[in-house]
Structure formats: C-alpha cells, structure tokens
Design a protein around this ligand. Structure first.
Ligand code: AMP
Length: 416
C-alpha cells in the first residue's frame, strides 16, 4: 500500500502536485476536453480545505525541451480558475525561473499557482540540452522543483509509467510524499483487479494490433478465467488457427506468436474467446470514417471471412457468446474497441459489450475500463456512470496490465 494524501500532514503546508494537464487544444488554443483537469479537483479541493498553498506542475504536449508558445499551460490556468471559482496564479516562461520560485515562495495558504510546462526543459525527461540521456541533469532539475514545496503529491497517473524528474526524480528531495486521490483510485481499481480479483475474472481486449497488447495478454493469462478478444486483433488470432481473414487487418508477422498465446491459454485452462461471426464489408473509408457508397456490408455465418471482405465488427452470435461470460463475471477489465467503432454502422458490437459490462457492474461486478477508445465507446453507449472505474492513463494503464513496474509509482513511499 502506498502512502496517500490522508496519511500525511498537509495543513498549512506548501504542497507541490504533479498533475496531468496534457489537454487537447484547438487552433485557437481553446481546451476542447477538460476531463484531465476535472480529474484533479478532488485532490485540489481537499488541499484547499486543509489550508495548503498549492503549486501545480504538469507537462502539455511534446515541446522536446524548447519553449513552444502553443504548448503553454496558460489556458489551463484559466479553465481551472473557472472550475474552482478561484484565481489560479500563472507565471509563464520557465517553471524554475526566479520569478516562478518567488511566486512559489510568496504563495499564501489557500492560494494556487500553476507553473509553466515542465517539458520546456529537456531535463524533465532526463535529457541534456543536446537530447542525450543524462540522469545528473534530471536530478538537478528535480531538486529545483522540489525546493519550491514542503510536500509532494503525485496525481498524474497518465505519466507514472515514465521515469521523469517530476515522477521518479523529485521524490528524493521532498520530505513528505504521497499519492493524490486520482492515483490512489487508479491503484485501488487496477491494482485490485490484478492482485486480488473476485472470480470469475474476465478480460476484454480489442483494438487494432496484437503487437500492442501481447504483453497484456501474456500477463493476464496468469490471472484471468476468460479472455475475450475482438477488434482487428482477433483476425490475427483466427488466421493463426487457419481461419480465413479475407482483407482484414492482420499482422502476418505475429501469427506464430498468436498461436503460441492460444496454446498457453489452453495449458492454463483460460477460456480464450474469439468472435464466432463478424460484420464484414468490402470497402471502408477510414479517412472520413464512413461506409462508402456502394459498399457491401453483411454478417458472416461463422468465423471465416470470405476473400475481398474485411472484418469490421463482432457479429451477433459472437456478442451472444461473450454476453454469457460477461454476465457471470465478478471482475472485468476492458481495453480496446471490438470493431471500428468510430463508424456508426460498425460500433454495434462494442456498444453492446459496453452495455453488458454496465449491466454486470449493476449486478455487483467490479469493472475497470482503460484506453481512450474503449472509454469513448463507454460514453457512446451512455453507460460511463455505471462503470466502477474508468482509467485516466492510456499508456500507464496498459503498462499496469502488462505487469510492468511504473517508475512514478515505485518511487512513492509505502505506508508503514
Ligand atoms: P487501439 O488503439 O489498439 O485500442 O485500437 C483502436 C483502434 O482499433 C480504433 O481506431 C478502431 O477503429 C480500430 N479497430 C478496431 N477493430 C478494427 C477492425 N476490425 N479493423 C480495423 N480497425 C479496427
């Protein structure tokens, strides 16, 4: 168990919080989605109630060690001010300049300061100004950040899989360190699902590529009772068993590996479910996300896909089979859509699965959904409020499911 906010004394303290304010901006630098800002409010509000002085640090985009005006955190300071109904001070320029340090030093209890984009400094990502890896410069930068606060709170789940100055580096230089409420919740649900799952434990995996999720499948094979695979990933698995996949997206160089994973599943008595039928089409307009005029769309009778056709969604018989497993599950982890869900006609399988996961959760299962596309699917189905936990970190939650060590989490102190 990691130390969390309520385990440390923050009253009247100067508290540095690493947040993930890597929000999408349009051409006019307006924030198009503020869910990452909203996700930090519980931690910020708790600290305000504790009369702490709050210094927020974050990255935005990939400025690669240069000051990029368009990647300033200024719009975030304005949105956060509105959300809190309170001024959020913003200095700009350089997060460790003398102005930034003075603003931090002058900050009173109950006030909030947001520093400028950490990644304007290459040291944040452990690189020197020539772009070479250099741990010493990362440590110096981490120490400068640390000098501005008395307490450090890690609440940027989206970046804890990186070993950066503001994740793994800074904790050495601040006396009191803890996970914020957002990170605590991610650890509780993702960690809980993997370490102590109620059985039956079902993993649902989809998306474009097997190669992205090999390590997830490997790790989950030791933990789950069933794995449901949909999306384009499924065709590589099916083809590895000699089933025709037509023109579906298949990773031919991963066929042996797919066959190997299926063999392992059998040895470990994990029920590995692939779609028994599919929605197929002979044409897709990927660029415009639509079915082009004159395209033929049909449902297959079984798992085989005829030549000239590609699989774009799981079929009704597949959904029926998956539903039996999902209905009985007590723990569900889902990452990746089961079809090209961005195109309405091919989103039905994914939306139906989202509804089934919500229904199962209503009946007492714990459900954890991660990955941008599956979260979008959950929203499209209108069931997001009925899911136990929606993970905020795409890459981080995938690495968690792979069983990898997350440097930003490892660095946090354990509760003694
Ligand atoms: P990922 O980022 O790996 O979770 O992949 C998500 C992407 O996989 C989405 O953009 C989906 O459109 C795509 N996808 C899912 N099923 C298929 C399919 N049958 N054929 C092509 N792309 C798919």
């Amino acid at each position: 168990m990691k130390k969390t906010l309520k385990d440390i004394d923050v009253k009247n303290k100067k508290v540095l919080i690493r947040v993930d304010y890597n929000v999408p901006l349009d051409a006019n630098l307006r924030i198009t989605n503020d869910k990452r800002i909203l996700a930090t409010l519980p931690t910020i509000e708790y600290l305000l109630e504790s009369n702490a002085a709050i210094i927020l640090i974050s990255h935005l985009g990939r400025p690669k060690g240069k000051v990029v005006k368009e990647m300033s955190l200024k719009p975030v300071s304005e949105r956060l001010s509105k959300l809190l109904g309170k001024t959020v001070k913003f200095i700009g320029g350089d997060c460790i300049s003398s102005e930034s340090k003075k603003a931090a030093a002058d900050l009173n209890p109950g006030e909030i300061l947001l520093l400028e984009n950490l990644r304007f400094h290459s040291e944040e990502e452990g690189k020197n100004t020539s772009g070479e890896k250099d741990k010493a410069v990362m440590d110096i930068f981490a120490k400068q950040l640390a000098s501005m606060g008395e307490v450090f709170v890690q609440d940027a789940f989206g970046t804890v899989h990186r070993s950066h100055a503001s994740t793994a580096g800074i904790v050495k230089y601040v006396k009191d360190v803890a996970a914020g409420f957002l990170v605590e919740k991610e650890l509780k649900f993702l960690g809980g699902a993997l370490e102590n799952p109620a059985s039956p434990f079902v993993a649902i995996l989809g998306g474009a590529k097997v190669s992205d999720k090999i390590n997830v499948v490997e790790n989950l094979l030791n933990k789950v009772d069933s794995i449901i695979v949909g999306g384009a990933m499924a065709y590589t698995f099916l083809k590895s068993q000699g089933v025709s996949a037509g023109t579906s997206l298949v990773e031919d160089d991963k066929l042996d590996l797919a066959a190997e994973l299926l063999k392992k599943a059998k040895e470990r008595k994990v029920d590995f479910l692939l779609p028994v039928d599919h929605i197929i089409t002979d044409k897709v307009d990927f660029a415009n996300k639509r079915v082009p005029e004159g395209a033929v769309v049909k449902t297959t009778v079984d798992e085989a896909i005829p030549e000239e056709f590609m699989g774009v969604d799981v079929g009704p018989k597949a959904v029926e089979k998956f539903s039996e497993i999902i209905k009985n599950a007590r723990t569900i982890v889902w990452n990746g859509p089961l079809g090209i869900f961005e195109i309405n006609e091919f989103s039905k399988g994914t939306v139906k699965i989202a509804e089934l996961v919500a229904e199962s959760t209503d009946n007492g299962a714990v459900s954890v959904v991660g990955g941008g596309d599956s979260v979008a699917a959950i929203k499209k189905a209108g069931v997001d409020k009925r899911i136990s936990h929606i993970s905020t970190g795409g890459g981080a939650s995938l690495e968690f499911l792979e069983g990898k060590e997350l440097p930003g989490i490892t660095a946090l102190p354990d509760l003694k």
